[in-house]
Design a protein around this ligand. Structure first.
Ligand code: URA
Length: 288
């Protein structure tokens, strides 16, 4: 794997204000993963373009353009160098005179119960997954979505780059579903689902499908996919004549629900975040 080490050059005038003027970000020396952020004792340290993206202003690419255009100031000085690392607690970053702030990234794994929307708000007043989190965690948003009636593993974060990497189909993050469907599913149906079926005018990518359990008039299937099209599993099962009765996402990118009960949540460890990012990178992921 290509090893990237971006040496950060800090202008002399700014260096005295830097927490870690020598800091490097990128794929580590073993070529694994990329650190999402580095923490100093005081605050979160990020490359300037990433800081701007993390402040929710724009993508990292566009942030680089803004920097080159001289629209960004650090500690009152215009900075046009892309490699500068800033400390969110010590350095003042301004875009066009407006101060930018970055919150510490938060990554939550929630067992979404059925009957909750995977949105931040709902105009009809229906419950959303944010209602399941205490107030201090309500500044996150769902990473991908589960239907109102679907239960299971849902990630939430305030990190836009993480959300992009987890949800773009190119990054092939595997999602595992348990689908209880109507009727007796035959081997031929399983093979059709595996090969891909046409939904919304486009064939689904190859999937892993197996029968977990047969009941009198229903079948429990395990379906592993990498895409995340709207109501994909429900539509796939309907196409082969077995509508979904109940749907649960049991795993995502190697994470499982573990011992969580519906409505429970936990924070991801740094290691878990890193390994999700590494998985996305392996499949052509690039930071925005
Ligand atoms: N597929 C669906 O049909 N619904 C979901 O919520 C997730 C995947």
């Amino acid at each position: 794997m290509r090893e990237i080490e971006e040496t950060v050059k800090v202008p002399a005038k700014l260096a005295k204000n830097r927490a870690f003027p020598h800091q490097r970000l990128g794929i580590n020396s073993r070529g694994q993963g990329r650190r999402l952020s580095q923490y100093s004792e005081r605050g979160i340290c990020l490359r300037l373009s990433r800081f701007i993206a993390a402040a929710g202003v724009t993508s990292r690419r566009k942030a680089e353009t803004l920097i080159k255009q001289g629209r960004v100031k650090v500690n009152g000085q215009v900075v046009t160098e892309l490699g500068l690392v800033v400390d969110g607690n010590r350095d003042t970053v301004e875009l066009d005179g407006r101060r930018l702030k970055v919150e510490k990234p938060v990554y939550i794994l929630l067992y979404k119960p059925p009957g909750y929307l995977s949105t931040v708000t709902d105009t009809h007043g229906r419950p959303t997954v944010l209602d399941l989190l205490p107030g201090e965690n309500r500044r996150v948003y769902p990473v991908g979505r589960l239907d109102y009636d679907t239960e299971g593993l849902l990630l939430l974060s305030n990190d836009g780059n993480f959300a992009y990497l987890m949800t773009h189909p190119r990054h092939e993050i595997e999602k595992v579903y348990e689908a209880l469907v109507e009727g007796r599913v035959e081997r031929a149906d399983v093979n059709r689902l595996k090969a891909g079926v046409v939904i919304d005018g486009r064939k689904t990518a190859p999937a892993s499908v197996r029968i977990l359990q047969r009941y009198e008039n229903r079948t429990l299937l395990e379906i592993r996919i990498h895409e995340g099209r709207k109501r994909q599993v429900r539509k796939m099962c309907a196409v082969v004549g077995h509508p979904v009765v109940k749907l649960k996402r049991s795993a995502l990118g190697g994470l499982t629900l573990g011992g969580l009960k519906p409505g429970d949540y936990r924070y991801l460890s740094e290691q878990e975040v890193e390994s999700l990012l590494a998985a996305a990178m392996e499949h052509g992921g690039r930071r925005k």
